[in-house]
Design a protein around this ligand. Structure first.
Ligand code: 3PG
Ligand code: MG
Length: 395
């Protein structure tokens, strides 16, 4: 690996800009899964221990270049302080005079958190001027955000060219663990892809089917495929305009001998609420007023059979509305099955993504997985064999 790590840098007395991914799930201002925050603690602690001053750069949600108070990073400060066991100061912008003053005043032992980089529209354009504004605040750049490394943004890509740059502990650990588990995977390889970020992951599926033997599709992603096959999906979350893409992916999978598994039966409700009245019907019997919130028992049985015949599992995205009981049933059942098969040495299992990790933690299955990545999209792009811009920029 051709990049530097924290061990190669002289950190003593230096302000170290650390790009982290603290894009954690949050409900009413409360962090519901702090995995991503806990996993960046080693870099922060090592920088502090070496006499450096960590200044955290991060995005939160997709504010689209506008300042949105509900996406302010300041709400994460208590969780960060608990994870780092130290004081975390805050600057209300990631560039400019206020941020500079806060960076200059930072004392040894303290951590400074800068406001959401995506409050600037320039961030997602990989704008070099914005990167320069950020770079001024520190003397060293450390990228510890593997899970955002598939984005070429000012804080992940352009900035790495402006300062002496290195990979953080989590970035290193993620790349090493993925290489060990999935560098030369045993076949059959099964991928489970679900969740709600449909269009941004569809293209990725087209590449993934070249690498895997089975592709289990769930969540909002599955609805898009069911609709593309001409089935009524009622009021379900889906991207109907992606019909052509979905059909092309299915045709390509056929040609490549990759078997796509879609739900055979579905759990439908009229309300997106915990314990909403629901029924189980065949996948082609969704009522007009219904929303597909989970895969049904026959689908779960089929998924279990596929997992039993697999040697390697990669998983990103829940199979249903896992945050609402009982619509977490398919996700939990598949997670527990994968955990049991991993425990007995039958499969190597790697899962990643913010919601996925939250769901696996909730089901109690996470600890038995071979490896849990903090990354979702980045992990799948790594699996496709793509160069991740945030990693490449460190070389
Ligand atoms: C994630 O949550 O997957 C990463 O933080 C990247 O977020 P993005 O998909 O909004 O770029
Ligand atoms: Mg994600």
């Amino acid at each position: 690996m051709s990049w530097k790590t924290l061990d190669d840098m002289d950190l003593n007395g230096k302000r170290v800009l650390v790009r982290v991914d603290i894009n954690v799930p949050i409900v009413d201002g409360v962090v519901t899964d702090s995995t991503r925050i806990r996993r960046i603690a080693p870099s922060v602690r090592d920088i502090l221990a070496a006499g450096g001053k960590p200044i955290l750069l991060a995005h939160f949600g997709r504010p689209g270049g506008e300042r949105r108070e509900n996406l302010s990073l300041n709400q994460l400060i208590p969780t960060l302080e608990r994870a780092f066991e130290t004081r975390v100061l805050f600057a209300a912008d990631c560039v400019g005079a206020g941020a500079q003053a806060a960076a200059d005043a930072l004392q040894p032992g303290e951590v400074l958190l800068l406001e959401n980089t995506r409050f600037h529209a320039a961030e997602t354009k990989n704008d070099p001027d914005l990167a320069e504004g950020m770079a001024k605040l520190g003397e060293i750049y450390c990228n510890d955000a593997f899970s955002a490394a598939h984005r070429a943004h000012s804080s992940t890509e352009a900035i790495a060219r402006l300062l002496p740059a290195c990979a953080g502990r989590l970035m290193q650990a993620e790349l090493e663990a993925l290489e060990t588990a999935l560098g030369a995977p045993n076949r059959p390889v099964t991928a489970v892809v679900g969740g709600a970020k449909v269009s941004s992951k569809l293209e990725l599926l087209g590449n993934l089917i070249e690498k895997v033997d089975y592709l289990i599709i769930g969540g909002g992603m599955a609805n898009t495929f069911l609709a593309a096959k001409g089935m009524n999906i009622g009021k379900s979350l889906a991207e109907r305009i992606m019909k052509e893409t979905a059909l092309e992916i299915m045709a390509k999978a056929d040609a490549l001998n990759c078997k796509i598994i879609l739900p055979k039966d579905i759990v439908v409700a009229e309300k997106f609420e915990s314990h909403a009245p629901h029924l189980i019907v065949d996948a082609d019997h969704c009522p007009d007023e219904g929303m597909i919130l989970d895969a049904g028992p026959e689908s779960i049985a089929e998924i279990s059979r596929v997992l039993e015949s697999s040697k390697t599992l990669i998983w990103n995205g829940p199979l249903g509305a896992f945050e609402l009981e009982p619509f977490d049933a398919a996700t939990n059942a598949a997670a527990l099955k994968a955990a049991a098969l991993t425990r007995s040495g039958q499969i190597v299992s790697v899962a990643g993504g913010g919601d996925t990790v939250a769901a696996l933690n909730a089901s109690g299955a996470a600890a038995d997985f071979t490896y849990i990545s903090t990354a979702g999209g980045a992990f799948l792009e790594w699996m496709e064999g793509k160069t991740l811009p945030g990693v490449a920029a460190l070389s």
